[in-house]
Design a protein. Structure first.
Length: 319
């Protein structure tokens, strides 16, 4: 507790001294989300993190999240220095989509537009026509579908399948998944609903189709956060990373948020419904990075130029 307060005040001082701003993802530790709010930074999903980082006048961005978020910040703001509490924080979607194999897949289908999720390396983005996040994916794919375009989608097969079903677009899916969302179980959710009949089920589309089928709302983290505030239910069963509970609870102090069950989950399950890579971000390593300026993100300029185009398309997209 005392150490936390000490770290917080030291970090706040260093952020100011270095003209740096803290940008934290919804899935990071409560202490980081709170600090980002207190110091004029932002807490959001990857789309808003990208926007905020690019628009903010600070000369240095500290990105608390996973590596692709730091890379995206650097691609959009090459003149800024970008650091992360640890560069070791990655993502199963990024790992499961190596650029050589993905490029070969795209090369085999040259008639298709390549749409990739933000949760990918800079190199995979550079091979894409469009980058999307879960909050904008449906809109972009509908737009492309209306233009008669056929699509390659990567890497998340659950999100891709959901979008395909919603839009009817012709999509070839890469076989990737998120190790956190993939574990949610429809049966466990239905069992839990017996105990909380009034509970609304909120699900992120990285979850399996069977989970989406039992959900009252399906949406990106920011859309689920909004829904949890607007819906009149008192209890919510949430199938996404429980890091989002910080903002949900802040927005609705009187509502109860319950993590959707996963395989092997129980009252004491600590790694369930929480991304192990997001969990690598903490006050200690954030403080360390501000002190020694380690864990800096670099993106090779030629790669950056190529990855920038599909990212800018996303940021400018308003259909
Ligand atoms: O699962 C993730 O990593 C998400 C939801 C990222 C994002 O778009 O904020
Ligand atoms: Fe990747 Fe899933 Fe972690 Fe998000 S929650 S960073 S998609 S592994």
């Amino acid at each position: 507790q005392e150490r936390q307060a000490e770290l917080k005040s030291e970090i706040t001082r260093l952020l100011k001294q270095k003209n740096a701003v803290l940008v934290a993802h919804y899935y990071t530790d409560d202490s980081l989300q709170a600090l980002a709010e207190e110091t004029g930074g932002c807490v959001s999903d990857s789309l808003e993190m990208a926007r905020f980082g690019a628009d903010n006048p600070a000369s240095t961005l500290i990105v608390a999240g996973v590596k692709f978020m730091g890379e995206t910040a650097k691609i959009l703001s090459p003149e800024k220095r970008v650091f992360m509490p640890t560069l070791e924080a990655t993502c199963s979607l990024d790992i499961g989509c190596p650029v050589d194999e993905f490029s070969a897949f795209c090369d085999a289908h040259p008639d298709r537009e390549v749409v990739v999720y933000a949760n990918t390396s800079a190199a995979v983005k550079a091979r894409a026509d469009w980058v999307v996040t879960s909050s904008i994916a449906l809109k972009v794919v509908s737009y492309l579908d209306q233009q008669g375009k056929k699509i390659i989608w990567g890497p998340d097969k659950h999100l891709g399948g959901y979008i395909q079903k919603e839009t009817g677009a012709d999509m070839l899916l890469w076989d990737g998944s998120c190790i956190v969302h993939e574990e949610f179980k429809a049966k466990g959710i239905l069992d839990l609903k017996k105990a909380y009949p009034d509970a609304a089920v909120l699900a992120h589309p990285e979850s399996p189709e069977s989970v989406l089928e039992v959900a009252d709302r399906v949406g990106s983290t920011s859309q689920l956060l909004k829904a949890s505030g607007e819906m009149s239910n008192t209890h919510f069963i949430v199938a996404t990373d429980r890091g989002i509970f910080y903002k949900m609870q802040q927005q609705s102090p009187d509502k109860t948020f319950i993590a959707a069950p996963t395989a092997g989950s129980g009252a004491t399950c600590r790694s369930c419904a929480h991304c192990p890579w997001m969990a690598m971000n903490g006050l200690e390593n954030l403080y360390q990075v501000l002190q020694d300026e380690s864990q800096e993100i670099f993106v090779e300029p030629q790669l950056r130029e190529k990855a920038l185009r599909p990212l800018q398309r996303m940021l400018q997209f308003t259909a």
